[in-house]
Design a protein. Structure first.
Length: 231
């Protein structure tokens, strides 16, 4: 609850290791609040959150398992891409040669290596979103929490980020993915929870959701009498 307003109501789901799980719903449905709870940034009023068997996402050992990419990139504009990454990786205890390796890998993964020394204030919105993903990966976490990672960016950056996320899925990262867009979820996720007004309305694979709620696809074409084509 926020100021007495119920934001999430009896939300319950399980995500298996290596699974890509989507929270799909409109703005204000409660998706971001759910991610903040999973990241240990909020405390639930009731119920519990279990991550890797631990009932406290705020513990340091648990947080080190998680990479969080917020909806709005939280970056330092006057620092370079590399400096931003080093700062966030150090918060998770990464240092020395391991820090150098992780930073180099993550920048290359999002194709920002040639921009590593540029200040973030010179980045486009798409580049900032790619750097935000790199920062979430800087400590090599097995679990990723992604809040609308493909929203409001240009087509080229969107395509690149989508390829990055598919690659992460193929390499057994556990992903919890928030989106308003069904095509993104369809491309990336094994299981989907449809959420609105703080409640999960349906939870299943996309194939089973379509089969159970969408029914068979039927296309009807109608011509005016004088426009019937020769067949």
């Amino acid at each position: 609850r926020f100021d007495g307003r119920l934001v999430l109501d009896k939300v319950s789901f399980d995500v298996d290791p290596g699974e890509s799980f989507a929270l799909l719903g409109p703005a204000g449905a409660g998706k971001t609040t759910a991610l903040y709870l999973l990241a240990g940034m909020l405390v639930p009023d009731s119920g519990r959150i279990m991550i890797d068997g631990v009932n406290d996402p705020a513990l340091k050992a648990t947080r080190r398992l998680i990479g969080f990419m917020p909806q709005q990139p939280s970056l330092y504009d006057d620092l370079s891409a590399e400096q931003n990454m080093r700062f966030f990786a150090r918060l998770y205890g990464v240092s020395g040669a391991r820090l150098d390796q992780h930073v180099a890998w993550a920048l290359d993964f999002v194709r920002l290596s040639e921009w590593r020394h540029e200040p973030v204030r010179r980045f486009s919105a798409g580049m900032a979103r790619r750097l935000s993903l790199a920062c979430a990966l800087a400590h090599n976490p097995p679990i990723l929490l992604l809040d609308e990672p493909l929203a409001h960016i240009d087509a080229q950056s969107r395509s690149l980020l989508l390829d990055n996320l598919k690659h992460l899925k193929e390499h057994d990262r556990t992903i919890v993915y928030c989106s308003q867009l069904l095509d993104d979820v369809d491309a990336l996720c094994d299981k989907v929870a449809i959420i609105d007004q703080g409640r999960i309305l349906a939870l299943d694979t996309i194939e089973d959701l379509v089969a159970g709620y969408g029914g068979p696809t039927q296309v009807t074409v109608t011509f005016a009498p004088d426009e019937v084509p020769d067949l």
